[in-house]
Design a protein around this ligand. Structure first.
Ligand code: NAP
Length: 234
């Protein structure tokens, strides 16, 4: 049976690969992004700024009206605005927290009621290994992604008895627009990866697919790093 899947940040990179995985499985995929672009096979694409709760509520309401209760939410949309903490502006801090953390919360809140009502569903947040390994210049980003882990674990306990699972995937260094321009930091990160190479968006999508599947029905509140071993032991 085809599921109603919402993927945020579906226009590019990791979100696009995740949306494609569900499309290939025959699901009704609603792809959300700032631009409104989404892979061709999406049942619907929505332009939404996840940091705006009004826009998120309206977008999710229309998706539920069209496709029924949400079976899977992948809260993936995210940005970086790197800079040393000492010189980080208020806007640099706030923009990253607003999109990465507020946005993840707004999307989960907008999706969860329909899941609870249906007594099934799966929420998957895309965090990062950044808060676990400590990357210079990412105080805003690491704080937002650590916040997502706290959000996920608290939410997981709230909905566990209602048949809804909540998990986090924490990617390492993945080849997308986000990491295309990181210069020397790339070599420093590669040196920290036991597998010696960066990952591809599909490497993240496969794990998300598993967490959304019935095979992961007894998995909740977990953080799964997909990082070539970079954060092992942390
Ligand atoms: P990306 O290629 O830069 O794509 C970012 C996506 O997020 C785009 O679809 C973008 O939409 C969307 N987005 C950004 N701000 C938004 C907003 N306010 N409202 C709605 N959508 C918004 O990034 P990526 O590498 O695929 O990253 C995806 C997720 O994985 C992010 O949460 C990122 O933090 C996380 N992650 C990535 C890596 C990595 O190495 N790449 C590592 C760890 C974690 P538009 O195209 O419309 O702008």
């Amino acid at each position: 049976m085809s599921r109603h899947v919402i993927v945020t940040g579906a226009s590019r990179g990791i979100g696009k690969a995740i949306a494609q995985l569900f499309i290939d499985a025959g699901d009704n995929v609603v792809g959300a992004s700032r631009s409104g672009e989404a892979p061709a096979g999406c049942a619907k694409s929505i332009a939404v700024d996840v940091s705006n709760s009004g826009e998120v509520n309206a977008a999710f309401k229309s998706a539920i009206e069209e496709f029924g209760p949400i079976d899977v939410l992948v809260a993936n949309a995210g940005i970086t605005k790197d800079g040393l903490a000492m010189r980080m502006s208020d806007d640099q801090w706030r923009d990253v927290l607003s999109i990465n953390l507020d946005g993840a919360f707004y999307c989960a809140r907008a999706a969860i009621a329909s899941m609870i009502k249906a007594r099934s569903g799966s929420v998957i947040f895309i965090s990062s290994i950044s808060p676990f390994v400590g990357n210079p210049g990412q105080a805003n980003y690491a704080a937002s992604k650590a916040g997502v882990v706290g959000l996920a674990r608290s939410l997981a306990t709230e909905v566990a008895g209602r048949g809804v699972t909540v998990n986090v995937v924490a990617p390492g260094l993945i080849d997308t627009d986000m990491t295309a321009d990181i210069g020397a930091a790339r070599d420093a990160m590669l040196a920290m990866i036991p597998m010696g190479k960066s990952g591809q968006p599909e490497d993240i999508a496969e794990v998300v697919g598993f967490l959304a599947s019935n095979s992961a029905r007894y998995v909740t509140g977990q953080v799964i790093a997909v990082d070539g071993g970079m954060s092992m032991g942390l």
